[in-house]
Write a protein that binds this ligand. Structure first.
Ligand SMILES: *Cc1c(COP(=O)(O)O)cnc(C)c1O
Length: 487
């Protein structure tokens, strides 16, 4: 008798051997990460091998895994490598990977319901709430990342500050257009959020920053006063607790006071800095974050949880629910059984939700918050180390103050105009990536172009910092010499 066709393995033992082999390879790869280049371009042959006709017929799993291993998995982005400091993201972790596997095998839908995975998410939210110093009873949810965490926070802000039933009437019902304020360093996801919220990019007023890249409080107060007389309704201040460009932290206590006095919603984008509260030496930098009405943070950055894992906390749980809860007759909560116990999708935009909580739960349990604090603190020390070496070198110039773990600088041999200097540093960045030596990004700080290291990486050593800076100098000097010869 042939077995009924399902998606389960025909031979469980065979599946187990294939799966164990895949796990062993992933472990070996991770253990030897340092010996690999940070990044390699995908060879054309590999690209071609990934363009295949729609598979109609089956392929044995061991072949599928081998193909994934030799193609997709052999040319990663590089962010797990100790010398990857591009953009700002986590370096992942095998415990998180294991948790992702277990969560997927569990298979629960975190839209809600009466099961342990839902309790696990509630526990994780409560831990993150405690880390952030939010009051008991505050609400929160795990999201795909910081962008959606911010979107949720800003949605609650918009609905709460509208003064009309915005869910029913939409933005057309607003008596006056709402205005949100953020520094000119604010992350791009906020513009996208206000566009999606129907308020438009113009509703996000960018407040200038000083040389320290922090919001200018006097300019903010003036902007709000102007808007009040100019037909706008000031609604919300978005503080950056760690800007994406330089890691600057807006003056949180002063902003919290201003929002209280002016009756504005206080949203904090803490995707970069919030979790630095885990480092006792650096927690005071974040003072005031616990006064936010809503706060976005990003476990897939400083906690190195595999993507995707963001989080939003909302002080007023009723306001949070009031923006997202829906009551559909087919989802009425039951008294007992699987449908008892409340819906987690009432706190965000997704209906079906993955079991993201398990990887955060397992990583926090395994390592404990103190270890995360030490690693975050070490990354900040490494940024300081890099900054000190830059400051001490005649051909390296720092472009911004170092507050957290981000350093902006450039190689400057002297005598180059801004375009040539930008071309030189862009070339340094690309060569170091192509050689697999180190991954910096480039950015522009107050009109000055340079390289940027975002040292959010639990594998980075001090020696990595020194070696990468030496490579910047060597490459910069070579390029300058070649340029001088050919000129
Ligand atoms: C990373 C980041 C975001 C966006 O978060 P994602 O997790 O990438 O969606 C928002 N704000 C800041 C300051 C960030 O660094």
């Amino acid at each position: 008798m042939t077995a009924m066709e399902t998606l389960d393995p025909a031979d469980w033992g065979e599946f187990s051997r294939i799966a164990h082999r895949a796990v062993d390879r992933a472990i070996a790869r991770t253990a030897a990460l340092r010996d690999r280049p940070v990044w390699r371009p995908v060879p054309q042959a590999v690209r071609d091998s990934l363009r295949q006709p729609l598979p109609v017929a089956p392929t044995p799993l061991d072949q599928v895994v081998d193909q994934a291993w030799d193609t997709v998995l052999d040319y990663p982005m590089g962010n797990t490598h100790p010398r990857f400091w591009m953009w700002y993201m986590g370096a992942s972790s095998l415990t998180g990977a294991l948790a992702d596997f277990l969560a997927a095998a569990d298979g629960s839908n975190l839209g809600g319901g009466n099961h342990a995975a839902a309790d696990c998410e509630r526990q994780v939210i409560d831990w993150l709430r405690q880390i952030m110093g939010f009051p008991e009873g505050a609400s929160g949810t795990l999201t795909s990342g910081g962008s959606v965490a911010n979107l949720i926070g800003l949605t609650v802000a918009r609905n709460r500050m509208a003064g009309v039933d915005l869910r029913e009437g939409g933005v057309a019902a607003l008596p006056r257009p709402l205005r949100f304020y953020a520094s000119d360093q604010v992350h791009g996801c906020h513009q996208k959020a206000l566009e999606l919220l129907g308020l438009g990019n113009r509703a996000l007023r960018r407040v200038p920053t000083g040389p320290d890249c922090r919001m200018d409080m006097a300019a903010l107060a003036q902007a709000i006063a102007e808007d009040r007389t100019g037909g706008w309704q000031p609604a919300c201040v978005i503080a950056s607790a760690g800007t994406v460009n330089t890691g600057a932290i807006d003056p949180l206590p002063a902003l919290a006071d201003l929002c209280r006095d002016q009756g504005l919603w206080f949203h904090v984008d803490g995707c970069i800095g919030a979790l630095a509260r885990l480092s006792p030496r650096h927690a005071p930098l974040l003072d005031g974050i616990e006064r936010a009405d809503s706060l976005a943070l990003d476990p897939h950055k400083s906690l190195h949880v595999p993507f995707e894992a963001g989080c939003v906390l909302v002080r007023d749980a009723a306001a949070h629910l009031g923006s997202f809860a829906l009551h559909s007759e087919y989802l009425d909560p039951a008294l007992r059984g699987i449908a008892a116990g409340g819906w987690l999708f009432d706190l965000g935009v997704q209906t079906s939700r993955g079991f993201r909580a398990l990887k955060v739960w397992m990583m926090l349990r395994e390592h404990g918050t103190a270890r995360f604090g030490r690693i975050i603190g070490r990354n900040i020390d490494q940024a300081r180390r890099m900054a000190d070496r830059i400051d001490a070198h005649p051909r390296l110039v720092r472009l911004s103050p170092v507050t957290l773990d981000i350093v902006c600088f450039r190689h400057d041999p002297g005598g180059l105009d801004p375009a040539a200097l930008a071309a030189l540093n862009g070339e340094i960045m690309m060569r170091l990536q192509e050689q697999g030596v180190a991954a910096f990004s480039d950015t522009t700080v107050h009109g000055q172009h340079g390289l940027r290291a975002a040292i959010c990486n639990h594998r980075t050593t001090d020696e990595d910092i020194d070696a990468a800076l030496a490579a910047v100098l060597r490459t910069g000097d070579e390029l300058t010499a070649t340029h001088a010869r050919s000129a």
